[in-house]
Design a protein around this ligand. Structure first.
Ligand SMILES: CCNc1ncnc2c1ncn2[C@@H]1O[C@H](/C=C/CNC(=O)c2cc(-c3ccc(F)cc3)cc(O)c2O)[C@@H](O)[C@H]1O
Ligand SMILES: [Mg+2]
Length: 221
């Protein structure tokens, strides 16, 4: 039986990056996915936008939905302040196993808590089981039809405080129309679109940056 794409990505990381160097891990994955085999990492072009958002916001608690091979996990965690923590949810055990190896190789296991499970099951448990008050930043990059239900679940569970940022990948390609409609029209969010391209291609894509304003106002019904 052949290898899986995540296994090939891990091998590329171990071959072409330096242990303990998150930057070299990110570069190794980008090189592999640019020249050998496309994969659904946020990538280097959109990645620069993610970097800018993280450096500007200086989040202390971060949630990522959809770890996959931990490309964005490593990219974001590398830029966090020393005391910050990132929780990432991944429900595919094979992907999670590869992600854990890549996180450890990058030397970021202290900053990152990888949970194997579905966002819908785990979001309601994060306060209780991980002592989370609220998230400063949520990076959405899992199944595209789950962005909206999981955003509403985060609201319901009181995991967002005014000023919290939702940063959503792929709002153009593959697209997340119901999520975009919600964050752009709800009084609970101030939303803006960062135009870019689908990772490693010339296709149109972009990130939606939405600041949570609180549950008050018309949306309180
Ligand atoms: C059930 C929902 N809850 C979830 N909870 C935890 N983990 C979840 C969940 N959903 C999905 N996942 C995991 O996130 C990952 C899924 C990500 C989905 N991403 C995409 O489909 C995606 C797809 C493309 C894309 C774009 C153009 C194409 F032609 C082909 C693909 C580009 C991207 O940047 C993408 O992010 C997997 O590892 C999956 O196991
Ligand atoms: Mg994506």
């Amino acid at each position: 039986t052949g290898s899986t794409r995540p296994q090939r990505i891990l091998r590329a990381v171990q071959k072409n990056s330096t242990r303990g160097s998150p930057c070299s891990v990110v570069n190794a994955i980008d090189d592999y996915c640019k020249h050998k085999e496309w994969a659904m990492n946020v990538g280097d072009e959109k990645g620069i936008i993610v970097d800018d958002v993280v450096l500007e916001l200086k989040p202390i608690t971060v949630l990522e939905l959809g770890t996959y091979c931990a490309y964005s996990t490593v990219r974001i965690a590398n830029l966090l302040p020393p005391e910050a923590k990132l929780i990432t949810l991944e429900f595919n055990a094979e992907s999670a196993a590869i992600a854990r190896e890549i996180i450890t190789w990058a030397g970021l296991e202290e900053k990152i808590q990888l949970i194997i499970g579905a966002s819908g099951d785990w979001i309601p448990r994060l306060k209780e089981e991980f002592g989370i008050e609220t998230f400063d930043l949520v990076f959405l990059d899992h199944w595209k039809d789950r962005y909206l239900p999981d955003t509403k679940l985060l609201e319901k569970c009181g995991l967002l405080k005014p000023g919290a940022v939702l940063l959503a990948d792929n709002v153009i390609c593959p697209g997340t129309p119901d999520y975009l409609d919600y964050v752009r029209n709800s009084p609970r969010y101030k939303s803006k679109f960062y135009r870019s391209h689908l990772e490693y291609t010339q296709e149109e894509d972009g990130l939606e940056h939405s600041v949570f304003l609180g549950m008050a106002g018309r949306g309180a019904e």
